[in-house]
Design a binder for this molecule. Structure first.
Ligand code: XMP
Length: 508
């Protein structure tokens, strides 16, 4: 597979560069600038990302370009462009005028292959504190804006290109054209990275890797584990043994419904009712992190006991996806974990199973594409994210089966309401929280003293940042009415209007 290597200098946009290149159906990988992989014949070009550093800083990241510059096509973005300018004898210094936000190209060398098809006036997105003041002699300007003369350049006699703006962000209107020019025309990559080709190669690889062995996989009802299972099932059929645990913290009827659809998909899956074990370990536990730990540990115990029943299992299948992989080897080190996330499958070493992770190279939107191509229903593919610890982290304070029941009913009315109103797919994630607060109300002639629930719906791209969804008032009025009328034990409904940051999506 033709491959582009993106060297990460720590920019917040590095993953976006990769996603944009993948959208051109070209495979690419992100590697830290100081851990350059072997550049074999599949590698057709290299991209340098931006960076929060100034290239003049004493601790600025310095890549080893021995096998790159002048040998492979290179596109250096932002920091990368400044670094190369300085490296070649130019001058980079703090810019006197603000170079942040939208700008328009007022000079374009249309004869240059990188700029082909980019129209005069094209809007680009700048985001840098430094700027290139002096360009080395053999560097040729290929585009400029009013404030940034050296917005882009090529080094003469080499396929080395650089731009100070960010082609990967949405506001650079012709950014996709520019990236396509680089990866397709300049690097000569085949645009063969598609869900179909991914499935074909992965199925072949999985068969070779696993051979006749048995694989155990924990299903969670989420997109990643489902797609991983269907892919493995296509490769090795009933050598795959799936386990789906009911932890008693799922949505209303979720366990039965999802189990049914798994069976429809032909998966070899065992449903395990472990509700009471989870309720037992959660009894009286109020601290959110303690709840997560208790749930994580119980999950492992239950899964481990079930996996042992599958004699001679050699592999553990997991739905790990590319952002998790990048995160764990990032330039900045693993990002600070604000909450400990126990995802399905995080199992201890003593299980002695080898790992098989068929989705390791995919971004979330690619996982969905592969899932659709595998024939998984849109209903499953388009599901909102749902946390591993489930409703336990939406029931503030201690968890009891009664509280779970109340919250399941509330959540069901909200989610079904979103579906009925055609709003479900417009919202990134939605759910309800049961608060440890009682409030006074009146129902008929009676005074009530019952629970308060908070509804939360957010817009987001990846869950890292989020804004609250501006749901229509009429819709909220209807849902609130339905909840109060139908769910015994709830007499007040609030809507969470906090964005992330500072608030997180889950309340615990
Ligand atoms: P927060 O609350 O951190 O959530 O803004 C971001 C995304 O992560 C999900 N989330 C979890 N997922 N285990 C999971 O598998 C967890 O412990 C966990 N906590 C939060 C959350 O639902 C949202 O999609």
């Amino acid at each position: 597979m033709d491959t582009i290597i993106i060297l990460d200098f720590g920019s917040q946009y590095t993953q976006l560069i990769a996603r944009k290149i993948r959208e051109q159906h070209v495979y690419c990988e992100i590697h830290p600038f100081n851990k350059i992989p072997a550049l074999n014949s599949d590698v057709k070009g290299v991209v340098f990302s931006g960076s929060p550093f100034s290239c003049n800083a004493p601790d600025a990241p310095v890549p080893d370009m021995t096998n790159i510059k002048g040998k492979l096509p290179l596109l250096a973005v932002c920091y990368g462009a400044q670094y190369l300018a300085k490296w070649g004898g130019g001058r980079v210094q703090q810019s006197k005028i603000r170079e942040y936000g939208r700008a328009n190209l007022n000079y374009i060398d249309n004869g240059n292959p990188l700029m082909k098809g980019v129209p005069m006036g094209s809007q680009v997105w700048m985001s840098h504190g430094d700027t290139i003041e002096v360009l080395p002699d053999n560097y040729r300007v290929i585009c400029s804006t009013e404030n940034v003369k050296y917005a882009g350049y090529q080094i003469e006699g080499e396929e080395t290109y650089a731009i100070q703006f960010h082609p990967e962000v949405h506001h650079s209107v012709d950014g996709n054209t520019l990236l396509r020019n680089f990866v397709v025309d300049i690097c000569g990559c085949q645009q063969s990275w598609t869900p179909e080709s991914f499935i074909e190669t992965t199925v072949k690889e999985l068969r070779e890797k696993v051979g006749g062995d048995k694989v155990v996989l924990g299903l969670s009802g989420g997109v990643d584990s489902t797609v991983a299972a269907v892919l493995l099932n296509r490769a090795i059929g009933h050598q795959l043994h799936c386990i789906f645990v009911d932890n008693g913290l799922l949505r209303k009827n979720e366990f039965e419904n999802v189990l049914e659809s798994y069976k429809d998909m032909g998966l070899n899956v065992k449903g395990v009712d472990a509700k009471s074990r989870f309720y037992e370990v959660l009894a009286g536990v109020k601290d959110p992190e303690k709840k997560r730990k208790a749930i994580g540990k119980t999950f492992i115990d239950v899964f481990d006991a079930e996996a042992k029943l599958i004699t001679d299992a050699k592999w553990l299948g997991q739905g790990t996806i590319y952002p998790d992989v990048i995160e764990s080897s990032s330039v900045k080190g693993p990002s600070q974990t604000i909450k400990s996330h126990h995802n399905v499958g995080g199992l201890p070493d003593y299980m002695k199973l080898k790992l098989v992770e068929p989705l390791r190279s995919l971004f979330k939107d690619e996982v969905r594409g592969v899932g659709r191509q595998l024939g998984i229903k849109d209903e499953l593919i388009g599901r909102h994210p749902f946390p591993g610890p489930g409703l336990a982290i939406r029931i503030l304070s201690d968890v009891t089966p009664e509280k779970v029941h109340i919250l399941q009913e509330v959540d069901h009315i909200f989610i079904q309401g979103l579906r009925d109103a055609g709003l479900y797919d417009k919202v990134w994630q939605a759910g309800a929280m049961l608060l440890p607060v009682q409030s006074v109300g009146v129902m008929g002639d009676e005074r009530t003293y019952e629970s308060v629930v908070a509804l939360r719906a957010v817009e987001s791209v990846d869950g890292m940042t989020a804004d609250w969804s501006h749901l229509p008032y009429d819709f909220m009025a209807k849902i609130s009415n339905e909840i109060i009328n139908r769910v015994k034990g709830v007499n007040r409904v609030c809507y969470d209007i906090s964005s992330k940051p500072p608030a997180t999506i889950e309340w615990e």
